[in-house]
Design a protein around this ligand. Structure first.
Ligand SMILES: [Zn+2]
Ligand SMILES: [Zn+2]
Length: 262
């Protein structure tokens, strides 16, 4: 059993064959998918993600405002999320939230402000957070640390591609570290060296599909079934069997979210 801890299959990339994609994941022993709702909170994109989970018992949802869309966050967006949380039980995480200073799709000060606000809201809702961070390591850790006082945060550093220092600090804060297809790329030696240092009980696997297809599917649209290749790569790195890595990452996921699968 594998779990894809981060996918985006509610989007238009999967409109033509979504059910087949979900079936292929099941056929590949992917027993659960955490679908992360992103996009403009005012155009129904969060509702779209929630509806998808409502239709499939092996799909869970996270909702939040991505750093790209931080400029669209306002009181109304906040209320939408809170209303959705109250209506549905299959929303298990707040995210993805964080900072992306690579694309800078929203002004950095707005990204930081919206990140802080959502961390507080997640704490109030007692939900784990899913963190997206790119070229903003210092600011991300500073903000996480300052919001970890009192009720401590739990969550996932998703699609990890940062430094060893970021990994260490995230581990110290109690976070799990999720690796995507990037870890399988030929040139990703440094990232594999970091993955080797992450304790087994903190590892997760994800696709972040439709992006970042793992080897040998690079260049094609990514989908949850391919998360098996990420598990295979991490199994090699940690000198384990793939079945063992599947079990370990599944246990880590179910422990974080207090789920019982099956
Ligand atoms: Zn992300
Ligand atoms: Zn994502």
């Amino acid at each position: 059993m594998f779990i894809d801890s981060h996918a985006h299959i509610d989007g238009p990339e999967f409109d033509a064959d979504r059910e087949e994609v979900i079936q292929r994941a099941r056929d590949a022993d992917v027993s659960a998918i955490l679908n992360v709702g992103t996009g403009d909170p005012h155009d129904g994109s969060l509702e779209r993600a929630v509806e998808l989970a409502g239709k499939h018992r092996d799909i869970y949802t996270a909702i939040g405002i991505h750093p790209h869309d931080a400029r669209l966050f306002d009181d109304r967006a906040e209320q939408r999320i809170i209303d959705l949380l109250q209506q549905r039980s299959r929303i298990i995480a707040w995210g993805e939230i964080g900072l992306d200073f690579h694309y800078d799709n929203s002004p950095r000060d707005v990204q930081m402000q919206v990140f802080r606000r959502q961390l507080e809201l997640a704490k109030d809702s007692r939900l784990p957070v899913i963190i997206h961070t790119r070229e903003a390591e210092v600011e991300t850790i500073d903000i996480l640390k300052s919001h970890s006082a009192g009720l401590s945060l739990a969550g996932i550093m998703h699609c990890f591609s940062g430094s060893m220092r970021l990994a260490q600090q995230a581990l110290e804060l109690g976070f799990l570290i999720s690796f995507s297809g990037i870890v399988t790329f030929k040139k990703a030696e440094d990232l594999r060296a970091i993955a080797r240092q992450v304790p087994l009980d903190r590892l997760l696997i994800e696709t972040d599909c439709p992006f970042l297809s793992p080897v040998p599917f690079r260049g094609k649209r990514n989908e949850p079934a391919y998360v098996v290749e990420v598990a295979r790569c991490l199994a090699n790195i940690h000198s384990r069997k793939i079945e063992e890595m599947a079990r370990i990452t599944t246990e880590n996921f179910t422990r974080l979210f207090k789920l019982e699968l099956g």
